[in-house]
Design a protein around this ligand. Structure first.
Ligand code: TXA
Ligand code: MG
Length: 353
């Protein structure tokens, strides 16, 4: 398949034409990658079973892993859900458009191919203007997983979508770098109290402030959980770089020593070694490739750079990676959730020497 790659420029009229063309492709059953404020998405018609199948094929995604339906105006939620709890309206008022997905009872119009066989449906109203316009032009309901091949980090730049999807989909819209860099928060409103199934930029605290009682799916908190996560996608070892990634925790000065020591040993053993460090500590690291993920004062910068750095290590052929740990009140949960998955939960505590 020939994949058309278009770069959006400032020209409003040209952008409108491109988005109309992309909308036509989706309406007639094709697949288009587009930017959202979280990560790039792979869009197809959400209410057509064959469209959903094309997404699974393009991503090599297991068909039991359901898709999020993206809408461009709140009212459209009524035609894809069978019952809308009051909490959904509250959440929409507070956080939509934005990086938050709600799990709700599925309406009849939604095919089981889109929901991976489930009677619930995931819905998000994104903030990105390109995404919103494209959804409008596509008929209002766009199923869109992250635009990576299954198992790869979600794309934060069109260049990574091209790497993963060239020749597999109809069109890629390059709208520049995304704003947030990790996927939306998922909250399940089909159970009581509501549960966070995937942490993101809308945090547990923000949701508790709005709704009162909110829990986190215990299956995503521990690698040893015997329970299956309620979001099927969370069970897969996602975002894994090709090299082995180890996260080091502990007091900063010991973490730096530990990482330098381990990296030196790995290098001597013939590994091509990489380090992920924060801006505050970066000058103190020594190894083949040292990458600054952002400042500890600015968690958003860390979220934004994470997937790009993991992909760069792959391109550079890094075989052993050590990373600092990034727990924090705001996006810390979301960052650590992705980093732990990328590391296959390999954590070392720096010894206090
Ligand atoms: O930020 C985002 O949410 C991005 C952009 C493109 O919008 N999309 C995204 O989609 O991350 P995807 O397919 O990569 O992740 C969707 C997650 C998966 O873990 C899936 O299992 C879960 O949502 N999910 C979808 N429908 C669900 C449902 N009905 N019940 C539970 N989990 C569901
Ligand atoms: Mg994904």
């Amino acid at each position: 398949m020939n994949t058309k790659v278009v770069i959006l420029k400032q020209d409003k009229k040209e952008t409108e034409q491109i988005l109309q063309e992309a909308g036509e492709i989706i309406k007639s059953g094709g697949v288009v990658a587009f930017p959202t404020e979280t990560v790039y998405g792979l869009g197809a018609h959400a209410l057509k079973a064959d469209s959903a199948k094309k997404i699974y094929a393009a991503k090599d995604r297991p068909s039991d892993n359901p898709l999020i339906i993206h809408i461009s105006q709140f009212e459209d939620i009524y035609s894809i859900t069978s019952n809308l709890p009051e909490a959904a309206v509250q959440i929409a008022k507070a956080f939509w458009p934005g990086p938050l997905t709600m799990i709700l009872p599925k309406g009849k119009s939604v095919p089981y191919e889109t929901t991976g066989g489930l009677d619930t449906v995931a819905v998000r109203l994104p903030e990105h203007p390109i995404a919103r316009k494209l959804i409008e032009h596509s008929g209002g309901f766009v199923a869109a997983p992250s635009a990576n091949r299954s198992g790869r980090p979600s794309p934060t730049l069109a260049q990574y979508v091209i790497e993963d999807m060239q020749g597999r989909i109809d069109m890629i819209i390059d709208g520049g770098e995304v704003g947030i860099g990790i996927e939306s928060t998922i909250i399940d409103l089909t159970i009581s109290p509501p549960q966070i199934l995937r942490p993101g930029a809308i945090t547990l605290q923000m949701l508790r402030n709005l709704l009162g009682e909110v829990e986190v799916d215990s299956a995503i908190l521990s690698e040893n959980s015997t329970k299956a996560p309620r979001a099927p996608g969370m069970k897969y070892r996602h975002y894994a770089p090709k090299g082995e990634l180890v996260i080091v925790t502990g007091k900063t000065e010991f973490v730096i020593k530990h990482i330098n020591h381990k990296a030196e040993k790995a290098q001597k053993a013939g590994e091509k070694t990489g380090i992920i460090g924060s801006f505050e500590n970066i000058k103190q690291y020594r190894c083949d490739v040292v990458k600054c993920i952002g400042s500890r004062e600015d968690e958003e910068s860390i979220a934004k750079n994470l997937y790009r750095i993991l992909r760069e290590f792959d391109t550079e052929g890094i075989t052993q990676i050590y990373s600092e740990s990034f727990e924090g009140d705001g996006m810390g949960d979301a960052i650590m959730n992705r980093l732990l998955k990328a590391a296959g939960h390999r954590i070392e505590k720096a010894a206090e020497v």
